[in-house]
Design a protein around this ligand. Structure first.
Ligand code: SAM
Length: 447
């Protein structure tokens, strides 16, 4: 429970925290806090606490201050529940929920960039606030981490996101002055991870703190070049070193005189907040005159339903009622059909892992629904659905890849739900639903 902290680190913290240093050190004798954040786009407010209780099996759920639908839990393995697979919630460290609240999102459709986004805690929180409006670009430089980010975005049913895996410098050449909001949740020396993940301690050194601080300056400069006039940048870390936190803010303001602090920086320590600790600051560009999100140019291979019909392509009505409207933005990439975000920019030449929601793939003369589609539908949108009890053995069996029994009258593509939330597809015939839950996501995958 108490990792061996480097003396150089504890000496610095003693100087930084003064009389509260002992309180900080005592936190290492206690377990770390765990929390989950309900997906407000899928679960009604009246059900937030009951979903939390069902997923954890615990009656003891306490709300996280200031975050609607977020609860501390200390029992259970909610990550293994069917409701998790259905995207009903995201397991997120409680203090990591702070930065998204400073993004000033939710009133008008915005173009938002999450520059260092994997595994996606903050991206999915921002998506929840955007409520399907505007454009959310989630970037992660490491491709394997971008894949995890993409899966989390899919599971949470986010329909307005592009997932990109690019170097921030390349992005800044492409998206000069483009975004209204940018989150820089920077890679850092991770001092706030020491209790939860003692391995982070072995990676700590003063040289690493300095290296991180330089990289943070660079990431913030990339963000500046992608920000629209009048836009906002939120900067955050999960570390306590002044070089990466307060001094980084000072260096930023000195380099960029057109920016001002938009709300006072917040620093959470494990002894001042029931979480592992975080730092967050927000900046506003003060010379802005251009109304936010007015300059939207879109290029690309977009289609309408009409065009799709003209091409004689079978449509989504094969498995879902017409939830796509004439004005929705459809795009073909290869043999696959996508529903792309409303403000989708030109993405040619970028390493794109996800562009909105993949609806399905044309196989000969049929359109096969994609797993991603299942997560943006409501059960009643599908031509056929089956609703299993969230905590049932059958729901778990579906997640393991097994067949499910169903009414003999059900036929064809069937949305398999748990507690009223879709987990994925199956194909019904003769009283059995054949499993189409993706092999890589199955709960026994990798065993
Ligand atoms: N925002 C994430 C969340 O809430 O789930 C956590 C992000 S984590 C603190 C920082 C991320 O930045 C890591 O996924 C890391 O791979 C990525 N990263 C590392 N080096 C980077 C670089 N040079 N440019 C951009 N991102 C980088």
């Amino acid at each position: 429970m108490n990792p061996e902290l480097p003396k150089e680190y504890t000496d610095r913290m003693k100087g930084q925290l003064l009389s509260s240093f002992d309180d900080y050190m005592n936190c290492f004798l206690m377990p770390s806090y765990k929390a989950l954040r309900i997906n407000r786009r899928k679960v009604l407010p009246v059900d937030h606490a009951s979903v939390g209780r069902l997923a954890t099996g615990s009656e003891k759920l306490e709300p996280v201050d200031g975050i609607e639908g977020a609860f501390y839990y200390d029992e259970g393995s909610p990550g293994k529940s069917a409701l998790h697979a259905a995207g009903a919630f995201y397991i997120q460290e409680p203090s990591a929920m702070l930065p998204a609240t400073l993004m000033d999102i939710g009133k008008t459709p915005l173009k938002v960039l999450d520059l260092c986004a994997a595994p996606g805690g903050k991206t999915t929180q921002i998506a929840d606030m955007m409520n399907g409006l505007g454009l959310l670009v989630a970037n992660e430089i490491i491709p394997s981490r971008a894949k995890i980010l993409s899966e989390n975005i899919e599971r949470m049913g986010v329909e307005n996101a592009l997932v990109i895996s690019e170097d921030p410098e390349k992005l800044s050449e492409r998206f000069a002055g483009y975004f209204d909001r940018i989150l820089v949740d920077a890679p850092c020396s991770g001092e706030g991870m020491f209790r939860k993940n003692p391995e982070a301690v072995s990676e700590w050194s003063l040289q690493n703190v300095e290296m991180c601080a330089k990289r943070q300056d660079w990431l913030l400069d990339c963000a500046v070049s992608m920000l629209a006039p009048g836009g906002k940048i939120v900067y955050s870390t999960c570390t306590f070193s002044p070089e990466e936190d307060e001094e980084c803010v000072e260096r930023f303001l000195a380099r960029h005189p057109s920016f001002a602090i938009s709300s006072p920086p917040v620093k959470l320590y494990p002894h001042t907040f029931r979480g592992e600790g975080h730092f967050a600051a927000s900046f506003i560009e003060t010379r802005g005159t251009v109304p936010l999100s007015q300059k939207i140019e879109t290029k690309g291979r977009f289609l309408s339903l009409k065009k799709l019909r003209q091409r004689n392509r079978p449509s989504v009505s094969e498995f879902a009622k017409d939830f796509i409207t004439e004005t929705d933005r459809l795009a073909m990439f290869g043999d696959s059909l996508y529903l792309v975000p409303d403000m989708c920019p030109d993405i040619d030449g970028l390493k794109v892992q996800r562009a909105g929601v993949k609806i399905g793939t044309y196989k000969k003369d049929r359109l096969e629904p994609d797993h991603a589609l299942s997560h943006i539908l409501r059960p009643e949108d599908a031509n056929c659905h089956i609703d299993l009890e969230a905590g049932s053995r059958e729901a778990m069996q579906y997640l393991e890849g097994m067949t499910i029994s169903c009414a003999p009258s059900l036929k064809g593509w069937c949305l398999v739900c748990a507690g009223g939330l879709p987990m994925g597809w199956g194909k019904a015939s003769g009283g059995v639903v054949k499993n189409h839950y993706p092999k890589g996501l199955r709960s026994n995958a990798g065993i």
